[in-house]
Design a protein around this ligand. Structure first.
Ligand SMILES: *[C@@H]1O[C@H](CO)[C@@H](O)[C@H](O)[C@H]1NC(C)=O
Length: 502
């Protein structure tokens, strides 16, 4: 039987199946390498929640690297505060020298004279304002909408009884996503318990486990005029700042608790986003705003535009939307994640079932389960011995596979974020990477064979190409660029910058 399933999977694949390698999560590469390096069997015995000095030092180094404050080399002076060439070369270091601008896309660091971290040679550095390319003279205000796992999350505990004695009973806010120390052996079970959500089918609300709280990093002070709670937007931020963009003037972010779905967004996040867009518009002297989104930021932005604000509001406040890898009908991979669970990055100690169970109550996950779109042909997403489940039966599939909360949320879902948002959209996605599209297993909770089709490695074409039918859309397909790689691609970044400023 196993054999025939393999044959079925192979026959249905548009290309050879590739092994599951990741969730739609983004862990920075260097952090992943560090995690894998830590795969030392001696570490799999219990470690105290209180971190060793080594772990702390590593955590701090990671935070410094992924944070926004430039590493300034040997001297922390005014140079490091500048974000574009003109301001940089017009500022003096402690020694009275002009600060040095090193014109590179991925970085907008401004260096002191002699700074050892400056990667530019003397010839490449710019030290006088007249060497600088002019700043953009017109800049449309930009609001970043992050994706799943794309906001930093902080957790806090109070009289918390976690699954292990290692979990902090009482703590102040600490970084839980994305943090190497919180994913270490044993400790990760505290993490998955802390980020779990309990679903109440009666009012469709979700709640934290008792004694735990989670918010995006920094809470209100990171919303809007800050990118402190954003993960992965460094290159775009730096490229815009190099053109003269400033946080709180024409550059803004809308972090959100990415575990949530549209029900929570309607209540908590969309009112804030609406106020933020109005503030951005006013601050820029009445200039309409550009949304830039990645992945889950697509559905997040889409439901806001289709179901929260009206035509007149959009016409006044929204210039356009640059959507990268927008999954406007979820991703089949999420079904896999919710049913059998997926391998996580090859980090060996993460128990697949524990991680899977912690994700089953997230409204985000059920919202990202693909839906049958009205007027389209139903298709099988999951082949099993007893039953083949089509898209219209996907809630039953979740139920039969034990993901009962997700099944109930899916059944009650009203908004599929695939309708025309009624604004100008630049819809950028990849469709030439082998992507999980459906599955074959004996039973729906078994580890399935993968059937693949076109997509970007995470989202499939059925989801990514929804935007093609919208009225005012310009589609660009980047070749071979994986789902999250848009965030660190120079061509994409340049194209986005060119659209928003001149
Ligand atoms: C599921 O679909 C496959 C391929 O079309 C078919 O061979 C199989 O008999 C179906 N299984 C069930 C239980 O209907």
């Amino acid at each position: 039987m196993k054999l025939s399933l393999v044959a079925l999977a192979t026959a249905l694949s548009s290309a050879a199946a590739s092994p599951p390698s990741y969730l739609p999560f983004h862990i920075p590469d260097e952090m992943l390498a560090q995690l894998q390096a830590a795969a030392d069997p001696s570490l799999t015995t219990a470690k105290p929640r209180t971190l060793t000095e080594e772990q702390l030092a590593f955590q701090q180094a990671m935070e410094q690297q992924s944070g926004d404050s430039p590493v300034l080399g040997f001297l922390d002076d005014d140079c490091g505060k500048q974000t574009n060439c003109g301001d940089c070369t017009g500022t003096k270091s402690h020694f009275g020298n002009n600060c040095r601008w090193c014109p590179q896309m991925a970085s907008n660091q401004c260096y002191s004279y002699g700074s050892s971290s400056n990667p530019c040679s003397d010839e490449e550095q710019q030290t006088k304002p007249d060497q600088c390319a002019p700043l953009a003279t017109s800049r449309k205000p930009v609001v970043f909408l992050p994706g799943l796992t794309g906001s930093k999350l902080d957790a806090k505990t109070e009289n918390y009884k976690g699954p292990s004695f290692l979990c902090s009973k009482n703590s102040d806010w600490f970084n839980i996503w994305v943090s190497v120390s919180q994913l270490l052996p044993s400790i990760y079970k505290c993490t998955t318990d802390e980020w779990s959500l309990n679903y109440n089918a009666e009012d469709e609300s979700v709640s934290q486990n008792p004694g735990t709280s989670i918010q995006y990093h920094g809470g209100e002070k990171s919303y809007g005029a800050s990118v402190d709670a954003m993960l992965g937007w460094d290159m775009m931020t730096h490229a815009l700042q190099a053109k003269g963009y400033k946080l709180g003037e024409d550059l803004w972010s809308a972090p959100f608790d990415f575990r949530m779905g549209v029900k929570q967004f309607m209540k908590d996040d969309y009112p804030k986003l609406k106020a933020l867009v109005e503030q951005a518009y006013d601050t820029a002297g009445g200039t309409p705003v550009v949304f830039m989104s990645i992945s889950y930021g697509g559905p997040f932005g889409n439901a806001f535009l289709t179901d929260f604000v009206d035509e007149a509001w959009k016409a006044k406040y929204i210039d356009s939307w640059i959507s990268m890898s927008g999954v406007f009908n979820g991703a089949p991979m999420v079904v896999h994640t919710l049913l059998s669970g997926m391998e996580m990055y090859g980090v060996p100690w993460l128990d697949i079932d524990t991680v899977r169970d912690s994700l089953r109550g997230w409204p985000a996950m059920s919202w990202l389960v693909p839906s049958l779109i009205e007027g389209e042909e139903d298709r099988v997403i999951y082949y099993t011995d007893d039953k083949n489940y089509t898209l219209s039966e996907v809630a039953n599939l979740l139920e039969d596979g034990g993901a009962t909360a997700a099944a109930d949320m899916k059944r009650k879902q009203e908004i599929i974020a695939n309708e025309d948002p009624g604004v100008k959209v630049h819809c950028w996605f990849t469709k030439d990477i082998d992507t999980e599209t459906s599955f074959a297993a004996h039973a729906c909770a078994d580890d399935p064979e993968l059937i693949t089709g076109p997509g970007d490695g995470t989202g499939d074409l059925h989801s990514l190409d929804r935007c093609e039918s919208w009225a005012d859309v310009e589609v660009v397909n980047y070749e071979g660029l994986a789902h999250s790689a848009y965030m660190s691609d120079e061509t994409v970044t340049k194209a986005a910058v060119d659209l928003v400023c001149q």
